[in-house]
Design a protein around this ligand. Sequence first.
Ligand code: SF4
Length: 442
Amino acid sequence: MTQAPVERLRTIEAAAALHPSLPREAVIKEDMLRTGMAFSPAALELAARFKAKAYFIFSFDLVPLKDMANREHWSAPEEIWLEGGPWGFRPTIISVRLNPDSPYVIDVEGADDNGDGDAQAVLKLDGETLTTVRFPPVPEYYTRTMSNGKKVIEIAPTIEWGYLVYLTVFRICQYFGDKEECQFCDINNNYRQQIQEGRPYTGVKSIEEILEALDIIASTDSASHAYTITGGSVTRELKGMGEADFYAQYAEAIEERFPGRWIGKMVAQALPKEEARKFKDAGIQIYHPNYEIWDERLFSIICPGKSRYVGRGEWHRRILDAAEIFGPSHVIPNFVAGIEMSKPHGFTEVEDAIRSTGEGLEFFMSRGVCPRFTTWCAEPLTTLGKATPGGAPLEYHLRLLETWRDTHAKYKLPVPPGYGDPGMGRAVFSVSSFMDVITAPA
Ligand code: SF4
């Protein structure tokens, strides 16, 4: 049953009271990430003047594009910045996940008939204004067109308020169909829907266009500090290469052209040691061999391709092997927070889900490897999103933040590199709050 909107604000206040060690901003951020946000027509009109959502890899929306009645996906911003207002928010950056039915509504207060800047975007919940909202400015490189006619936003978009250049060089995954795709992932379906919508969406980006886009960024920007190379898994061959060679060639070209300009990060499968070493040799500093979910039974159900081609035990062994190549602090595997509570196979009790996921954090953090997480967005074009459209309960996400923060502190781990500054009011990581709640060793 959908919760009546008027109850949502009270639920948030009660949840914040139950978790006094978490900043209230993080409570709202987690709830907005799992629920999505709506935009009033006035907010959409205002947002269209700012940096647009690039659909950098997945849809990260709660409804398909074809159901966006106001065509929100063409004018919504990449992220929002909450600050001030009646709740006195410290700066909080949140990735925009569209949901026209969300009780979280971005609206506009004040007139802006002549575009002179009087209008103020605000965040409302149950009709009550919580904070003011800023949209990201359009960086100069987004105004440029490349020699092949493509825009930089398509080839090298930036997220995390401009900190991270996100290079999805292969927009499709070779784990294909229900029996192979990770059940929470819409990479292939999102590719199809973007093409149907007419968005320029390059399946395989060339090294030349990546370098040209980075040339433009490097010559016009000082806010970006890291890049991520990523894309779908390569289980067979792509352009005659296996996964390591295919992705490493981009890193090699970038590092040769722009040595040391950015921190190089690679999201790829957990590869055998000698394959992973190719990333290091190409100049990559941080490796993200994402394990997605800890629980053994659920891993085989939710990640059937990874389970069959690699296997959970081998995946974990390869993560630890990679720590010998990159150093433990520079191996940062991601998991998708909340999918362990998906229907019909997941845990039904928050306590059990946290116990399982906490076990995974203990396993890695006690060995110096610090996983990070993205808050699950139950995308409707995925198996899990269809089965559990509301995602995991807020209580789960808040307990996870506490567990992650406390385990990180227990093992005195450093702040994960490649994410910018930690702490409430300073963190830029926008798809979960782990950087907002971090307590770094003194
Ligand atoms: S390996 Fe899984 S999560 Fe990664 S792109 Fe393929 S289907 Fe998606």
